[in-house]
Design a protein around this ligand. Structure first.
Ligand SMILES: [Zn+2]
Length: 440
């Protein structure tokens, strides 16, 4: 068995080991980093395939769970493949690197190598914030301006290293200023490392190191402020609001959040102008941001159910739709002490079964689509909303983007100047301002 393993290492070295063939952009040598976690070796030898997995056990529940889930999914995919028993046995090989940035952030990179007829290598990364006890997402660190700067730095570094190979269309697409191009990265002591698959930026896989110093005007690792979670029973006193039923009113709505940076900025602005909005949150994110959800309620906003995992409900079974809705109801209740009364199905997709599963909760869509996800431009969003707005409108936005937060900060006082009261969906409904048919 040892011999077989050695053979496999030789075979895969050129694809697998970052220190040999892949691009070392900064010139520093990437050796094995196991800065934390205890290495676990898992082997499975069958007639047609072998699995050899090395991964860390961290004793951090969320991290160990995520590693387990990731590996399970690769194992499932791999063992469901067709194997050809007459040639070499197929192989699934996993190895890892783990890094400590400081006493707050730790990162893990999993290297997955599959050899079955053809060879493929994949990289998975995760960063865990020990202080907040949750995973760090790309969006937590990089807004649009930071993404643009990052794109510029990465393009420059790759071009310096590979002057001949960086003029392809694929290179431009995969280094463009878009979050999903750079969302596989880890945090080391002085720099971040971004990973790229083979046949994306270059023919071979690549990584680029970017120091915190290079990005210092765009990201701040310490900027997230501490906020205190309000005790459960204190989340009871919503502000008393004065709404004039004879004056025009509209409802701003924000889907898919919350996100730390953008939802907070929108909440700050709503509070400053004594305005309210409705946040259709994902159940999967509610647990990550209890203080934001509590703030929403305490400051007179409404929370709606946007399902747990943002699946298109019309494609799911009745049981799964019920599960998506009820899991979200429970996760929101657990931090705010109240159940949402409204549901916005992802993509606005609904049918008879969705309506049945909603039970006594109202299904809410929208009357104005700001198309913020498309334009990602504050001015375009503001202009579209201001042009279309009329009494009783429900405006669809997403608290996922810097441009949306920027647009909301302009829109909130602007709509008030135009004479609109900014109310929640339930308030709009209560005062009979909604278009019939939009809310059922
Ligand atoms: Zn959505």
């Amino acid at each position: 068995m040892r011999k077989k393993r050695a053979f496999i290492i030789v075979l895969s070295a050129c694809l697998f080991c970052a220190c040999t063939k892949t691009s070392v952009i900064s010139g520093s040598h990437q050796s094995v980093h196991h800065e934390f976690g205890e290495s676990v070796h898992e082997k499975e030898y069958e007639d047609t395939y072998v699995m050899n997995l090395i991964y860390p056990k961290t004793n951090i529940k969320d991290v160990d769970e995520k590693i387990k889930q990731t590996l399970e999914s690769y194992k499932r995919d791999f063992t469901s493949q067709q194997f050809n028993s007459e040639t070499n046995r197929a192989e699934l090989n996993v190895d890892y690197q783990s890094y400590i940035k400081d006493d707050r952030y730790i990162s893990i990179k999993l290297d997955i190598f599959i050899n079955n007829r053809k060879q493929s290598e994949m990289i998975e990364t995760m960063i865990y914030d020990l202080k907040k006890e949750r995973f760090l997402a790309y969006e937590d660190l990089f807004d649009q301006a930071a993404t643009e700067k990052l794109s510029e730095i990465i393009q420059t570094k790759l071009k310096a290293q590979y002057p001949k190979e960086c003029s392809t269309k694929s290179f431009m697409i995969h280094t463009a200023a878009s979050a999903h191009n750079f969302d596989r990265f880890i945090l080391r002591k002085k720099e971040m490392v971004f990973y790229f698959d083979a046949h994306t930026v270059l023919d071979q896989s690549a990584y680029v190191e970017v120091s915190y110093e290079e990005m210092k005007d765009y990201i701040s690792m310490e900027q997230e402020e501490e906020s205190v979670v309000v005790p459960y029973q204190d989340v009871l006193n919503e502000p008393v609001k004065q709404i004039d039923k004879d004056k025009p009113m509209v409802a701003l709505t924000f889907d898919d959040g919350p996100t730390l940076k953008y939802t907070s900025a929108i909440l700050d602005c709503l509070k400053e102008h004594q305005a309210s909005a409705t946040f259709f949150v994902l159940g999967s994110r509610a647990d990550d941001f209890p203080q934001l959800l509590q703030r929403m309620i305490l400051e007179g906003n409404e929370i709606g159910n946007h399902t747990f995992s943002h699946k298109q409900l019309t494609t799911l079974s009745k049981a799964n739709i019920e599960e998506e809705i009820s899991a979200t109801q429970e996760s929101i209740y657990s931090v705010t002490n109240r159940y949402p009364k409204i549901i916005r199905p992802p993509y606005g997709s609904k049918n008879e079964t969705v309506l049945q599963c909603a039970q006594d909760k109202k299904i809410v869509t929208w009357t104005i689509d700001s198309e913020d996800w498309r334009s990602r431009n504050a001015e375009t969003i503001v202009n579209k909303v201001v042009k279309e707005i009329k009494d009783g409108d429900i405006i669809l936005m997403h608290d996922l983007y810097a441009s949306t937060a920027e647009a909301a900060i302009i829109l909130i006082p602007k709509l008030q100047e135009m004479g609109y009261q900014l109310v929640t969906i339930s308030e709009l409904y209560e005062y009979g301002k909604n278009d019939a048919g939009k809310i059922m």
